[in-house]
Design a protein around this ligand. Structure first.
Ligand SMILES: Cc1cc2nc3c(=O)[nH]c(=O)nc-3n(C[C@H](O)[C@H](O)[C@H](O)COP(=O)(O)OP(=O)(O)OC[C@H]3O[C@@H](n4cnc5c(N)ncnc54)[C@H](O)[C@@H]3O)c2cc1C
Length: 421
């Protein structure tokens, strides 16, 4: 194949290499293929993915709650039907807990779908394979970026192309490859510990279809959640430095005891119960996330809803947006700056609001100031809506803050303050 010095839009015969076959990488591959066909261009697209999704040989820490507009994005932008058949639960809303209070926040629109992430990833990757996209089942181990080409070395074979898309999530080894060759610096991240638990059919039926989300007054846990998944619950915590002892303390805490009384005594475990996995959430924008012949999408870019949010939806969105830039504007640093960064300003501009909100939440939960907020929310639908937007990640944080920082709402919260013990 002849490589070209051109950093313009990927032309007929161009080759895009995508490092990582999670939602961001596969969305980018499928969007490239679809858009190129609309432009009557023939591209070569290669996805390099190190995990085996089929047969569930690998695990994914993600709780697998997939929310609107993901089904529409898949259908309209990728021509991929949302795999509703993988659904394990339909999430009807959240119950939010602070130190002493709780409030139910029902979903007003289309419910989110809870599924097994590894099955969703398998579905997406197999769709790409069935459409003729080359999938290399191996890890990428190094790369070179030259004026006229990129080379990605894998455990299987080297691949030469015109542009490389970094869709490797928060994988530190992959970030290191780009770090050595470019100005890329991965996003800062929050640690997370995840486990699952099968409490038995009766407890699952009583648990219902709400995610129970906790903002505990704990020095290292920023938030925790218990998510129903038909026959089991996924339990996760996140914070700057959470580990297995922190998770064990959380499982024995009053918070978990409220929703799962006597959890430690029930003992309906299957062999996979209460094994602990680690994951990470990005909490800042990456630096140098694009340059000549490379661009990051999904978690590796840090262009995800700040604090907590819909990681999979943002990842698919950034993958699609990168594909547009590659085919419509080019593969130079300038093209990514003019086109890709601008396309993502809706998320990027919301990141500072998310950071402020995270800081405020940590501060307020530490000093038990969130209880009055929840008390005030009981009979104020507009405050409930703001809290729902914040907890679910459905609404931009700027909008959520606008909804909550209003004289009437602040006055109602202040009125609840005297109840603080
Ligand atoms: C505990 C936890 C719970 C979460 N729950 C939710 C949720 O309920 N809903 C939601 O929307 N989001 C959730 N998220 C966030 C979500 O998981 C991420 O935002 C999303 O997976 C990012 O997609 P991605 O494609 O960017 O990266 P990933 O999903 O991480 O995919 C990256 C892929 O790249 C591959 N890879 C990495 N390096 C290499 C290499 N060198 N060679 C080959 N392959 C490589 C990996 O194997 C992986 O498959 C959660 C995250 C955590 C940590």
């Amino acid at each position: 194949m002849t490589m070209t010095q051109s950093l313009g839009p990927l032309a007929d015969g161009g080759h895009a290499i995508i490092m990582g076959g999670g939602p961001a990488g596969v969305a980018c591959a499928l969007a490239l293929q679809r858009l190129a066909a609309q432009m009557s261009r023939q591209l070569l697209i290669t996805v390099v993915e190190g995990k085996q999704f089929t047969g569930e040989r690998h695990y994914n820490q993600c709780a697998g709650v997939l929310s609107p507009p993901l089904p529409t994005l898949l259908q309209n932008d990728l021509d991929v039907p949302f795999p509703y058949y993988l659904s394990r639960d339909s999430i009807q809303g959240y119950v939010l807990y602070t130190g002493r209070e709780r409030v139910a926040l029902p979903e007003q629109g289309e419910p989110s779908i809870a599924l097994r992430r590894i099955q969703f990833d398998a579905y997406m990757l197999e769709t790409a394979r069935s459409r003729g996209i080359e999938i290399i089942s191996a890890r990428a181990v190094d790369l070179e970026l030259h004026a006229d080409q990129v080379i990605v070395y894998t455990e299987n074979k080297p691949v030469q192309g015109d542009v490389v898309v970094g869709a490797f999530g928060l994988d530190e080894g992959s970030a290191g490859m780009f770090r050595r060759r470019t100005t890329y610096r991965p996003p800062l991240a929050l640690d997370s510990v995840v486990t699952k638990y099968h409490p038995g059919d009766a407890t699952m039926a009583a648990f219902g279809h709400y995610i129970h989300a906790f903002l505990p007054a704990h020095p290292s846990i920023e938030f925790g959640a218990v998510t129903p998944k038909a026959n089991h619950l996924t339990i996760n915590i996140a914070g700057q430095r959470v580990d297995v002892p922190t998770m064990k303390a959380f499982l024995q805490s009053d918070y978990v005891n409220t929703v799962l009384p006597n959890m430690s005594k029930v003992g309906h475990y299957d062999q996979h119960d209460l094994r602990f996995f680690k994951g990470r959430f990005p909490r800042s924008l990456a630096r140098g996330y694009y340059g000549d012949r490379y661009v990051m999408v999904g978690d590796s870019s840090g262009i995800v809803r700040a604090f907590k949010g819909k990681g999979v939806t943002s990842s698919v969105l950034t993958g699609i947006r990168a594909a547009h830039t590659i085919l419509e504007a080019g593969i130079s640093r300038q093209a990514f700056d003019d086109h890709y960064r601008k396309a993502n300003l809706d998320i990027i501009r919301d990141l500072p609001y998310g950071r402020v909100m995270r800081r405020l939440t940590i501060l307020c939960s530490r000093y038990r100031l969130l209880d009055p907020v929840l008390r005030a929310a009981h009979d104020r639908p507009e405050l409930q809506q703001g809290l729902f937007g914040a907890v679910s990640g459905h609404d931009p944080y700027r909008q959520v803050m606008g909804q909550m920082i209003r004289p009437g709402i602040l006055a109602a919260i202040l009125k609840e303050m005297p109840h603080r013990k």
